[in-house]
Design a protein around this ligand. Structure first.
Ligand SMILES: [Cu+2]
Length: 321
C-alpha cells in the first residue's frame, strides 16, 4: 500500500536518504489535508447551522466572543507541526549535505547541452554517469557556460551547476539499475534534450568499467568507433542520421555533400572534406553553417586525434548507407 502510494507521487527510492525525504513530504502533505478538512468541514457545518432563518432577530455580534482553550489550540497545534517539520527537515538536510569521508569523487560538468563525467581513476564519459552501488559518491559540479542544474530524481537530489564555481552534492545508490538525469535549469534551445543516465553497477563491475574507460577502444575499425562516439560524445543531441534537422545539420546531409561547397552565415564558403569536418568539430564558431546558430560547443580537449579520425570516417560512411 505504502509502495503503491509512493509510486503515485514519486519515482523509485534509490538513494539512502530518499525515504527520509519522501516521508517528510507525506507528513507535511497529510497534516495539511487534515487541517484543511477540519477548516472546510467546520465552515460548511457552521454556515448551515447558523444560517439566517425566517423570523430570526438580527444580532450584530455574538454573545460569546472569547474561548481561551480554542484560541490556544489555534497556535499550539500549528506550532507543534512546524516544530516537527523544522527538526525533521534540518536533520534530513544535514544528511544530504554532509559528504561521507570515504566517498568517490566524480567531477560533473554541464555544458550546452550535455554532461561530462570525469572519474578519479582517469577517463571521461559523456551523458552516462556510472557509479558503484552501496558506495557514497561525491559530485563536484560546475558548468562550462550558462547555468544548468543536475537532477537525479530517484536519488532525490538536485544542485545548480554554475560557471566558475564548484557546487557539491552526494548520494549513495542502494540498487543497481539505469536511471534518469535531467537538466532542470532552462539553458537554451536544446535544454529538453539535456538528459543523461546514471548507471548503478555492482562495485566489481564498476571497477572493470572504469579500467576499460581509461584504455579506450583501440582495436575497433575507425568508422565503427566513430559510430560509438557519435552517441558517447553526445553528437546525437544535435545531429540526426536520417536527414531531419535538430539544432544542427543532419550528418546524412553533410555526408551527401562531401566534396561540395558549404555556405556560411558570414557569406564565406568552404568545401566539405576531412579538414573542414575536423575544423567544424574543434572550432565550431569559426564557420557557422548558413541557416543555423553557432551553438555547437568546441570539442577541443575532449577528443583524441584517433577519435577525430573515427568521427570523420563514420560521417563519410553514412553516404553509402
Ligand atoms: Cu542545461
Amino acid at each position: 500500500m505504502i509502495d503503491r502510494l509512493n509510486e503515485f507521487f514519486f519515482p523509485k527510492q534509490v538513494s539512502t536518504f530518499a525515504s527520509d525525504i519522501d516521508n517528510l513530504f507525506y507528513f507535511i502533505f497529510y497534516s495539511s489535508v487534515v487541517l484543511m478538512a477540519i477548516v472546510v468541514i467546520g465552515m460548511v457545518v457552521f454556515s448551515i447551522k447558523y444560517r439566517f432563518k425566517k423570523g430570526d432577530k438580527v444580532r450584530l455580534t455574538s454573545s460569546k466572543d472569547h474561548d481561551n482553550i480554542l484560541e490556544s489550540l489555534f497556535f499550539i497545534i500549528p506550532l507543534i507541526l512546524v516544530s516537527i517539520t523544522f527538526v525533521w527537515g534540518i536533520r534530513s538536510y544535514l544528511k544530504m549535505i554532509i559528504v561521507p569521508d570515504d566517498a568517490i569523487e566524480i567531477k560533473v560538468t554541464g555544458q550546452s547541452w550535455f554532461w561530462t563525467f570525469d572519474y578519479p581513476e582517469g577517463g571521461t564519459s559523456l551523458n552516462e554517469l556510472v557509479v558503484p552501488s552501496n558506495t557514497p559518491i561525491k559530485i563536484l559540479l560546475s558548468s562550462k557556460d550558462v547555468l544548468h542544474s543536475f537532477f537525479i530524481p530517484v536519488m532525490r537530489t538536485k544542485m545548480d551547476a554554475l560557471p566558475n564555481r564548484y557546487n557539491i552534492m552526494w548520494f549513495e545508490a542502494q540498487e543497481e539499475g539505469v536511471y534518469d538525469i535531467f537538466c532542470t535549469e532552462y539553458c537554451g534551445t536544446a535544454h529538453s534534450q539535456m538528459a543523461a543516465k546514471v548507471i548503478v553497477m555492482k562495485p566489481k563491475q564498476y571497477e572493470e568499467w572504469v579500467k576499460e574507460l581509461g584504455s579506450g577502444d583501440d582495436d575497433l575499425p575507425l568508422d565503427e568507433l566513430g559510430e560509438k562516439l557519435y552517441t558517447k560524445k553526445a553528437c546525437n543531441t544535435c545531429h540526426t542520421l536520417d536527414g531531419s534537422d535538430l539544432v544542427g545539420p543532419s550528418y546524412l546531409e553533410t555526408s551527401r555533400m562531401w566534396g561540395q561547397t558549404r555556405n556560411f552565415e558570414d557569406g564565406s564558403s568552404a568545401v566539405i572534406d576531412e579538414n573542414y569536418i575536423r575544423k567544424s568539430i574543434l572550432e565550431p564558431q569559426s564557420q557557422i553553417v548558413a541557416g543555423y546558430q553557432g551553438v555547437m560547443p568546441t570539442y577541443q580537449g575532449l577528443l583524441s586525434d584517433r577519435e577525430l579520425d573515427a568521427l570523420i570516417a563514420f560521417l563519410k560512411s553514412l553516404n553509402d548507407k
